[in-house]
Design a protein around this ligand. Structure first.
Ligand SMILES: Cc1cc2nc3c(=O)[nH]c(=O)nc-3n(C[C@H](O)[C@H](O)[C@H](O)COP(=O)(O)OP(=O)(O)OC[C@H]3O[C@@H](n4cnc5c(N)ncnc54)[C@H](O)[C@@H]3O)c2cc1C
Length: 465
């Protein structure tokens, strides 16, 4: 037992950093968090929170279309573009993000964490220099350092953002009007979510995908549903189309594809991935091992290659989710401060893509089974057969469950549907606790409900031997 408080310095106040700081303070350490942009990090200020708030607005607008199939309101002319004030929507979003950032800061201060605005870097593994916005540079001794500096949008040299018409996802919230014709470059999670959102808000959207379908890394059946829905709602999806660059000319943007084709629009959103924010932190000099992509190498308890230096979140490249960043940060502090700790288990991480419908996944995936890494059986039930989905007029989607061959325990699942992010939880519980298909199937669900399809999928996986 030390006779003085352990000192912990956290670089970066996103979910990786602030959740770690809460745990460290709870375990009795003297904690300093330094953040360049504000507590909550990119997750709260520019990425998750703003995008999900925008998507909720878009869903609210789209729901009126779904309702159009259920009710007839005489005398009401519907048209989202006629009523939507994007300036006001964005103001609300930025206020929401700022308020959440303040809440996090207050929470940290309440538990005794010192919160500083500025930039930190390692001088040695046990000394950190803080260039504070409020004054001169400070040097702190640290028993434990956690690096949780996140990532930033990848910028193509041939498509430099101007913050007005050529935009990264972090620059969207100053737009006063829905882009009349938005070209989204990149059809990964961020590109697909935001393309869907602006389409729902009433804009014309062209989605440029370098692969043969959108969401290339995801369950192929789920991606097909989303691509079909996008096209049906009027989005122009261009597959096998790799963007070479983007330029602006007055109120127009021009995106050039590698095969020479050109697309014109009013705005372009670049969603071509992220790069870790690990430069200039003194990591290599302190002996911290990085990968070729610049991510910090960590093990399952968030240790780097240097004793006393931990890392969490997007700067590690483990899995770019706020939930995972937070868990890595908590694990790091529990480990560093000698508390009970379970190593990070990616097998049980639920992930959601906030398109409309949403795609939620947990556990093993179809590719694991198809490529022989997991011995399991799959059942897929379309939502169009679910009575509640029919009543709600929300028929796009499915429930897919994977059961291990032999043990019949549930090892994974995919839900595509409205609020799939809420529906995945029973599947996640089943995967985490290795429930069998029969245990899932014997649980009585609400009638009528979308979750009824999850139990029904489990019943279909029942084997009599
Ligand atoms: C558009 C979009 C939507 C997303 N939506 C979701 C979602 O719905 N759900 C989900 O789970 N994940 C989502 N993600 C992923 C999620 O945002 C990240 O996984 C998460 O932000 C990672 O947290 P972090 O703590 O590693 O870093 P960040 O949230 O990036 O925070 C890092 C912080 O470190 C600060 N910093 C950097 N360098 C220094 C330095 N030298 N000194 C001090 N401070 C520094 C930065 O200013 C920043 O505030 C989304 C990502 C994007 C791009």
């Amino acid at each position: 037992m030390r006779d003085r408080q352990t000192s912990v310095v956290v670089l970066g106040g996103g979910p990786g950093g602030y959740e770690a700081a809460l745990v460290a303070a709870h375990l009795g350490a003297a904690v300093t968090v330094v953040d360049r942009d504000g507590l909550g990090g990119a997750a709260v200020l520019t990425d998750c929170v703003p995008s999900k708030a925008l998507i909720s607005t878009s869903h609210a607008v789209s729901r009126t279309e779904v309702a159009g199939g259920l009710v007839r309101i005489d005398g009401v002319e519907r048209g989202p573009e006629a009523v939507l004030d994007l300036g006001a929507v964005n103001e609300r979003i930025l206020d929401l993000a700022a308020a959440q950032s303040r809440d996090i800061e207050q929470r940290l201060e309440t538990v005794g964490v010192r919160v500083c605005r500025g930039v930190g870097r390692l001088v040695t593994p046990a000394r950190v220099s803080l260039e504070l916005d409020s004054g001169p540079t400070e040097e702190l001794a640290a028993d434990v350092v956690l690096v949780a500096t996140g990532a930033t949008p990848r910028i193509m040299g041939s498509a430099l953002p101007d913050g007005e018409r050529i935009l990264t996802w972090q620059q969207l919230y100053t737009l006063a009007e829905v882009p009349p014709r938005l070209i989204v470059v990149g059809s990964g999670v961020t590109g697909a979510e935001l393309a869907g959102a602006y389409l729902g808000l009433g804009g014309e959207v062209v989605l440029v995908s370098s692969r043969d379908r959108v969401l290339p890394g995801e369950d192929a059946d789920a991606a097909t549903v989303i691509e079909d829905v996008f096209r049906r709602r009027g989005m122009q999806v261009m597959n096998n189309a790799r963007a070479a660059g983007a330029t602006r000319s007055g109120d127009e943007v021009l995106v050039t594809l590698e095969d020479g084709r050109e697309i014109t629009g009013s705005h372009v959103l670049l969603a071509v991935g992220s790069i870790p924010a690990t430069r200039g932190l003194g990591l290599a000099e302190a002996g911290v091992a990085l990968t070729d992509s610049g991510h910090i190498r960590v093990d399952r308890v968030s240790r780097t290659s240097v004793r006393g230096v931990y890392a969490a979140g997007d700067c590690t490249g483990v899995l770019p989710l706020a939930s995972v960043a937070a868990m890595q940060g908590r694990i790091a502090m529990s480990h560093a401060l000698g508390d009970m700790v379970a190593p990070l288990n990616l097998r049980v991480v639920s992930a959601n893509i906030f398109t409309d419908p949403e795609i939620s996944t947990v556990g093993c995936c179809q590719r694991d089974i198809d490529e022989g890494r997991v011995a399991a059986r799959a059942v897929m039930l379309p939502l169009s057969a679910n009575p509640r989905a029919k009543m709600q007029n929300e028929l796009d989607g499915f429930v897919k469950l994977f059961a291990a061959t032999g043990s019949d325990s549930i090892v994974g699942g995919v839900v595509v549907g409205p609020q799939a992010s809420e529906l995945i939880f029973p599947v996640a519980l089943a995967v985490q606790h290795r429930l069998t298909v029969d245990q899932m199937a014997s649980t009585i669900t609400i009638y009528p409900s979308l979750s009824g399809s999850i139990a029904e999928a489990a019943r279909r996986l029942h084997t009599s031997e």
